[in-house]
Write a protein that binds this ligand. Structure first.
Ligand SMILES: NC(=O)c1ccc[n+]([C@@H]2O[C@H](COP(=O)([O-])OP(=O)(O)OC[C@H]3O[C@@H](n4cnc5c(N)ncnc54)[C@H](O)[C@@H]3O)[C@@H](O)[C@H]2O)c1
Length: 255
């Protein structure tokens, strides 16, 4: 029988690539996103209605998230994994940022994963069996470990998310649900590629630049680690936040 995953933010970037890789591996995938999958997803992989479903869902909204999980619950008794990739970045100096940007990052980046986890726990409990724990994987950020000027509040939201990982891991251990996070450095996704640069209006956003490995990450670099957290070889790993940053935070480089 196929394993089932719910992926938030499954219409773009890391979430979309997670959905694609899981489908290719035979998983049944529910994608929750405010936006539908892009047109280039009209491929046989995404077109099998029994394997892939998109649900319009704002993960920062209680009613919207509850409704999405009710819809899933009406069609399946269990899920094996929840991957929370939905996130937003609004750059700017802390003292200048509009309060609505702060509210948005709090709501999407912290409240969103919390709400999704809350509503998925009954399904995850049904999906976990002795020796085969259910999984929750959050997409955090290296900025939550090593913050950057110009994205201070985003970094704070991801640091808070990392804290939730540890506490949820312990709270859900009895239910045999493992909770971990990846903390990517800069990844080539629309979130980064469509940010206004230093010349952009009202922001001081600058990508971190190349990692010590000489490039920024591709979504697959991050998805490889998400798949590790979903696989049989991480059954004794919970409550961790694993940097996937090519060594960006490992040491200060004067270069
Ligand atoms: N790209 C990077 O450099 C980078 C680095 C570290 C962490 N991250 C994190 O990775 C995750 C994925 O980001 P990405 O780079 O793939 O960005 P992306 O913009 O390509 O994808 C984000 C997805 O989240 C969805 N989304 C936004 N708000 C939502 C909401 N309220 N409800 C449901 N869906 C919503 C968007 O529609 C989009 O499909 C985010 O949590 C982000 O903070 C990204």
């Amino acid at each position: 029988m196929s394993k089932t995953a719910v992926v938030t933010g499954g219409s773009s970037g890391i979430g979309l690539q997670t959905a694609r890789r899981l489908l290719a591996d035979g998983w049944r995938v529910w994608s929750l996103d405010v936006n539908p999958p892009p047109p280039h997803c009209a491929t046989p992989l995404f077109m099998r209605a029994e394997m892939f479903s998109y649900l319009a869902c704002n993960v920062s909204d209680i009613a919207s998230t509850q409704a999405a999980f009710e819809q899933i619950q009406n069609q399946t008794e269990k899920i094996d994994a929840l991957i929370c990739s939905a996130g937003v970045l609004r750059a700017g100096r802390l003292v200048d940022q509009p309060p609505e940007h702060i509210d948005m990052m709090m709501n999407v980046n912290i409240k969103g994963p919390w709400l999704s986890t809350r509503y998925s726990v009954p399904l995850l409990k049904n999906g976990s069996t002795p020796g085969h724990p259910a999984r929750v994987v959050f997409v955090g950020s290296i900025s939550g470990i090593r913050p950057k000027v110009g994205t201070g509040f985003y970094a704070a939201s991801k640091a808070a998310l990392h804290v939730l990982v540890g506490v949820l891991a312990v709270e859900l251990a009895d239910a045999n649900i493992l909770v971990n996070a990846v903390a990517p450095g800069t990844v080539a996704t629309p979130m980064i590629c469509e940010q206004p640069g230093p010349e952009g209006i009202g922001t001081s956003f600058r990508p971190s630049g190349m990692s010590p490995l000489g490039r920024i990450a591709e979504p697959d670099d991050v998805v490889d680690v998400i798949l590790f957290f979903l696989g049989e070889r991480s059954c004794y790993v919970t409550g961790t936040v694993l940097p996937v940053d090519g060594g960006t935070r490992a040491a200060f480089s004067p270069k």
